[in-house]
Write a protein of this length. Structure first.
Lengths: 123, 109
């Protein structure tokens, strides 16, 4: 069973860049059957999709965050990473990485999730 | 962008009750709709995919239905371990973008 693990700083200063990495436990990372996603959840609020990357490096971002988000992949390490620039307190959230199933070109269901990591934006 | 309207935002029911949650899409999404359960402090867990398919290992008291713009999620007999927040999620059939509903918090009366 695949496992995903988020890692990165738990505290980021306003206006700086939030950086997180997700490590995938198995060889499914280089499979053409899956996409790799970042999702976040502000404290006490709902889920928000941030963006998606394919093992080839193709990326897709939420329109509301697109100007500040970069997602990249390192297949040799079975990792994908999130960078969110110019953060404010509104970016404080639990950040999850998750795997979704590819059907044709669509990213369909998120069937495996990391445990999530809380990132607080504060000076 | 497709918007997902989920209702109610919260509900309280007794053990053994039938619980139904609805999710409405702002445009036709055929059956591109999934349901998740999230318990406090935990990551969401996939329960239903493609509107009505039960994820392996998920109890049969959970079910989903609908197509087009209107979808339902049902717990036929609420159990204490079902206390959680439930989210619908739609996916685009062409590009890998996702949208979540606002969530429904289910509590025991």
């Amino acid at each position: 069973q695949v496992q995903l693990q988020e890692s990165g700083p738990g505290l980021v200063k306003p206006s700086e860049t939030l950086s997180l990495t997700c490590t995938v436990s198995d060889g499914s990372f280089s499979s053409n059957s899956y996409y790799w996603n970042w999702i976040r959840q502000p404290p006490g609020k709902g889920l928000e999709w941030i963006g998606t990357i394919y093992y080839s490096g193709s990326t897709y971002y939420s329109p509301s965050l697109k100007s500040r988000v970069t997602i990249s992949v390192d297949t040799s390490k079975k990792q994908f990473s999130l960078k969110l620039s110019s953060v404010t307190a509104a970016d404080t959230a639990v950040y999850y990485c998750a795997r979704s199933v590819v059907v044709v070109l669509a990213s369909t269901r998120l069937n495996h999730w990391g445990q999530g990591t809380l990132v607080t934006v504060s000076s | 962008d497709i918007q997902m309207t989920q209702s109610p935002s919260s509900l309280s029911a007794s053990v053994g009750d039938r619980v139904t949650i609805t999710c409405q899409a702002s445009q036709d999404i055929t059956n591109n709709l999934n349901w998740y359960q999230q318990k406090p402090g935990k990551a969401p867990k996939l329960l239903i995919y493609d509107a009505s398919n039960l994820q392996p290992g998920v109890p049969s008291r959970f079910s989903g239905g609908g197509s087009g713009t209107d979808f339902t999620f049902t717990i036929t007999s609420l159990q204490p371990e079902d206390i959680a927040t439930y989210y619908c999620q739609q996916y685009d059939s062409v590009l890998p973008s996702l949208t979540f509903g606002g969530g429904t918090k289910v509590e025991i009366k």
